[in-house]
Design a protein around this ligand. Structure first.
Ligand code: NAD
Ligand code: UGA
Length: 317
């Protein structure tokens, strides 16, 4: 089975590539190594991909310019993980990166997918940020998405494009709304990697607001499982699913668990909350569970233990 993974050097992308290789896929990864965070981290991600059987090829290219016709010609599954992430950075002039990498790059990929004759499934990495401050919790896929960050707007726009291309051209697309993903190799701008790194350096942690904001944190291997299960399903084009870990934990709850795991008190300061951060996320997973049988396997405590182990291997001098 030949798979394309866009964003293959990123946190989720390279974790997915490793799993696909384990499962015997031939994988072509595409990434243009954006400088949203340190490029050395992305190089390191790629270096951790075992490639004994030469089943992995990296194409270092931008989805906005690469010859997608040639790239997708014999693709059977496409996992579209490439994008400009990060809720808090998406205001101001930076928004251009979000429209370019999340909307324009996705539209170009979808156009090319129309001609991919062997394509069985395209899975798009959507986001819980499409919901904004939701009206109900746990939030269902049918609840009105009303993003509160420019990032969320760009992810929702791309998701709508996926739905349009599925509906009008029959492209077998599934959109997965990931809820705050964590685990080994989590991006350096995200909360858990920042917190664990500060625990190692004994530096201070800035909490945006009072720490009562709640997230439905999801372990990265569970996200990878959802991608695989959905890529193998034969359901109608255009389905949209929440992929949520079920933690229902506040940032303050997380700090307590980290103190237990690391055995030391954290140095925490509370600073002004950031515009665009939602107060709570919580996803109803009934739909993905009944359609493809996905459920999270890793709870917050054991996921954080694995994240801690990884952080020590990378950040402890
Ligand atoms: P990441 O930044 O680690 O990975 C994204 C990768 O895409 C990067 O390596 C980047 O260089 C690459 N990329 C960006 N634009 C590209 C382009 N035009 N052409 C080629 N490569 C390009 O981010 P991540 O945390 O692994 O997120 C992966 C996807 O999942 C993103 O689309 C993100 O919006 C989505 N998502 C992430 C989370 C999360 O909690 N991490 C939650 C919801 C959704
Ligand atoms: C994450 C990803 O960064 C987005 O790319 C993704 O789309 C989104 O999840 C999603 O679920 O859709 P976020 O929930 O902000 O966004 O993830 P973290 O960066 O891990 O932050 C979690 C919480 O910790 C937020 O409430 C944030 O305000 C808080 N935080 C983060 C701090 O208080 N301090 C920090 O230094 C970092």
């Amino acid at each position: 089975m030949k798979a394309i993974v866009t964003g293959a050097a990123g946190f989720i992308g390279h974790t997915l590539v490793k799993r696909l290789l384990d499962e015997g896929y031939e994988v072509v990864g595409v990434d243009c190594f954006t400088d949203y965070y340190n490029i050395d981290i992305k190089r390191r991600n790629i270096d951790t991909i075992p490639n004994q059987n030469n089943n992995f090829t990296l194409v270092e290219a931008d989805l906005r310019t690469v010859d997608l016709g040639a790239l997708l010609s014999d693709a059977e599954v496409i996992f579209h993980q490439a994008g400009q992430p990060g809720v808090r950075k998406s205001w101001g002039n930076d928004f251009l990166h979000y429209t370019e990498m999340n909307i324009n790059a996705t539209q170009r990929l979808l156009e090319a997918a129309r001609a991919a004759k062997n394509l069985k499934r395209l899975v798009y990495a959507s986001s819980s940020s499409v919901y904004g401050d939701a009206e109900t919790y746990p939030t269902k896929e049918t609840d009105l998405p009303r993003p509160v960050s420019p990032y969320g707007v760009s992810k929702l726009a791309a998701e709508h494009l996926c739905s349009l291309y599925a509906k009008n051209f029959g492209i077998p697309i599934t959109s997965l709304r990931y809820f705050t993903v964590y685990g080994p190799s989590q991006r350096p701008d995200m909360a858990f990697t920042r917190f664990l790194r500060a625990a190692i350096d004994r530096s201070s942690i800035s909490i945006f607001g009072d720490g009562t904001q709640v997230r439905d944190f999801t372990y990265v291997d569970d996200i990878v499982n959802a991608n695989l299960m959905c890529s193998q399903s034969t359901e109608a084009p255009g389905s949209i699913y929440n992929v949520a870990g079920g933690s229902n934990a506040s940032v303050n709850d997380v700090l307590k668990v980290i103190e237990e795991i690391t055995g030391s008190p954290l140095n925490v300061e509370y600073v002004t909350s950031v515009v665009g951060d939602v107060k709570r996320t919580g996803g109803d997973i009934t739909s993905i569970s009944s359609s493809v049988g996905w459920e999270p396997n890793v709870n917050l405590r054991s996921g954080l233990e694995r994240h801690w182990e990884w952080a020590q291997s990378v950040y402890r001098a």
